[in-house]
Design a protein around this ligand. Structure first.
Ligand code: AMP
Length: 616
């Protein structure tokens, strides 16, 4: 139920404050609206708007978030958690290749379950850890504004799948926040620029943060934001630039043996980040690192740095190409390119993006604050203060259910706009069928076995009816956050069941890209299997209805006819087992050719019987 508070001084109804949160891999920010402007909140010391997404578990059991926690990265690395966003909604199998980057313990007991982190012998999920960051942001706003905050809009990378979005929402709940909307980061960024308020525009939002990369092509028309396409990589960002520099030094000075010390690992990582930032302004960077008993000079030039990271920036440009081709756009149709994320400060990144899109990039808003500010603007829209905008998004992979023979029946195609609701009718394949299993899959291949299973449930106690009679409506409801609800309803009896999909673990962006590639690569063989399965399904139905026909018309059929039908039916049943699609279709045709005139005759006799003696 909606609640309204009255300000006793003014007598006016006070609206709830909804804050916008950018929950980042490296840093997080909170923002709110003041006098029509988005304002980001500063840390306790008032020195920075970026709150490091780092959590420190002290020996005394205190949990510290932000700058103070970041200081512990060097001192107590196993109890200091960073880059937790990379683990949101992931199983150990999804992240094992990256385990070496973590100084804390990622649990690998059950590789298919969502990951947990072992801190001081206690287990924490990424959701619980992210909640600590959100609690810190909430408390900073509360201290600053001297009022409680209970509602928020949180941003996620456009490529976050259902599980990752759910995990983010859960983290909000755990932090005591009602999460009113999960918004894609690039969408929030474009809101910050106020784009589309005056003219209709097409915008590319290039977002390279600490750990993730997204490119989104947005179209804004009449104040409506529509995401035409998205692409990206959940494991590519400024952290990887740091790793390149770090590895360059490790190889050059043969420092591999020192890596067993977690403190050394952190030290060299922080120096690498410093070098990267410095090389944005200087041609060279040099520093000293102290080893156990000596000091070592480390150096790197801008040219060396750029040649190290060029392959990574190239990867982002590949994603841009894919997004442009998905959106079916030419360069000339892109009005602006918006830069988001701390790593877009790297000059080579700006240069390569600008040269790819053949236009100067838009970078006049702080790329670190632009997303949180957009989230605050979105919060303002939800609070009903800004009616200019409406947001639409798209779903990155197709969603559907398994039908007879293991075929994928797509209900919501990839790149469909969300929120959306699509319903389709199905029926039973066996007489008197009581239960119907609904298995939900995500992916582009024709056979469900090649796609990712999200969930399944059983619609139970369907009243007994002949095959094909029940009308079962399956409805997919994708909400504005990209979270899926599936409803199944038998329309003749009103029987209904519903589930919200909370898949066991999510798909990484690489897996999504692989699934798309696979669907193209295997299109021909998938199609051959699909038509064979369809022929088999149809033939099985014909066999069943032929048996029914013989039973119902015993007194009409003569002996010869019955024998011939049984022979043709048996031949069809055999062909279904080991024949090709063409052989099955031929056997079906032979049976149909023989039975069709008999069926007509039977129908005439049955109608005559039915109307005999009845007054019309
Ligand atoms: P974000 O995830 O958007 O907060 O971006 C954080 C990333 O931006 C980290 O990898 C930082 O090292 C990087 N970053 C921040 N400032 C700079 C800079 N001036 N030059 C290069 N990278 C930067």
């Amino acid at each position: 139920m909606a609640k309204i508070s009255i300000n006793l001084k003014t007598g006016e109804a006070e609206k709830d404050l909804i804050i916008g949160i950018d929950l980042g891999t490296t840093n997080s920010l909170a923002a709110y609206m003041m006098d029509g402007q988005a304002v980001t909140i500063q840390n306790d010391a008032g020195s920075n708007n970026l709150i490091p997404s780092v959590i420190y578990f002290s020996k005394d059991g205190d949990i510290i978030v932000g700058d103070k926690a970041k200081e512990q990265l060097l001192l107590d690395p196993t109890n200091t958690i960073y880059s937790i966003k990379r683990l949101m909604g992931k199983a150990f199998n999804d992240v094992k290749d990256f385990e070496k980057y973590y100084s804390y313990k990622v649990i690998d007991e059950d590789s298919d379950k969502l990951v947990k982190i072992n801190i001081n012998g206690k287990f924490y999920s990424p959701v619980e850890l992210s909640a600590e960051i959100l609690k810190e942001l909430k408390s900073l706003v509360e201290k600053k504004l001297n009022k409680t905050v209970s509602k928020a809009v949180i941003t996620v990378p456009a490529y976050f799948n259902d599980t990752q979005r759910q995990a983010t929402r859960d983290a909000g709940k755990l932090a005591g926040l009602e999460v009113l909307r999960i918004v894609n980061e690039p969408t929030a960024a474009s809101l910050s620029y106020g784009l589309g308020q005056k003219n209709d525009q097409t915008i590319a939002v290039y977002d390279l943060g600490g750990g993730t990369f997204d490119i989104s092509i947005l179209q804004i028309q009449d104040g409506i934001f529509e995401v035409l396409s998205t692409h990206g990589n959940t494991f590519l960002g400024g952290d990887d630039f740091d790793h390149k520099i770090q590895n360059f030094w490790i190889e050059k000075h043969n420092l591999k043996d020192h890596l067993s010390s977690k403190t050394f690992g952190q030290k060299i990582r922080l120096l690498a980040e410093k070098a990267k930032i410095e090389l944005g302004k200087s041609e060279r960077f040099s520093t000293t690192i102290n080893l156990e008993d000596s000091n070592l000079d480390l150096e790197i030039s801008k040219e060396q740095f750029e040649s190290l990271i060029k392959p990574l920036v190239d990867k982002t440009i590949e994603s841009c190409k894919q997004a442009m081709s998905d959106a079916k756009l030419k360069f000339a149709e892109i009005d602006h390119v918006v830069m988001v994320g701390g790593s877009t400060r790297v000059p080579l990144v700006k240069q390569m993006v600008s040269s790819y899109f053949e236009k100067p990039v838009f970078d006049n808003i702080d790329p670190d604050q632009v997303v949180a500010m957009g989230a605050a603007i979105q919060a303002d829209i939800l609070a009903g203060n800004n009616k200019e905008f409406l947001l639409l998004d798209v779903t990155p992979l197709s969603l559907g259910i398994e039908t007879v023979g293991g075929l994928m029946d797509i209900i919501v195609p990839r790149n469909s706009k969300i929120p959306s609701s699509v319903a389709r009718n199905y029926t039973t394949s066996i007489d008197g069928q009581k239960n119907l299993k609904v298995s939900v899959f995500q992916g582009e291949r024709d056979l469900v076995e090649h796609n990712r299973k999200l969930a399944s449930f059983i619609l139970k106690d369907i009243p007994p009816m002949s095959a094909g009679i029940p009308k079962i409506e399956i409805q997919f409801i994708l909400d504005a956050d990209g979270i899926l609800k599936v409803k199944a309803k038998e329309n003749r009896s009103g029987l209904e069941q519903e589930i919200e999909i909370r898949s066991q673990y999510g798909l990484s962006e690489e897996e999504m890209a692989l699934m798309l590639l696979d669907s193209i690569k295997h299109a021909e063989e998938d199609m051959a299997i699909k038509v064979l399965l369809e022929a088999k399904n149809e033939a099985n139905n014909v066999v069943q209805s032929t048996e029914k026909f013989i039973k119902q018309n015993e007194d009409i059929l003569n002996e010869q006819e019955t024998a011939e039908i049984l022979k043709l039916k048996e031949f069809l049943a055999q062909t279904v087992k080991n024949g090709s699609k063409d052989q099955i279709n031929k056997a079906m045709e032979e049976l149909n050719t023989f039975t069709t005139p008999i069926a007509h005759k039977a129908l005439d006799i049955n109608i005559a019987k039915a109307i005999k003696g009845k007054k019309i």
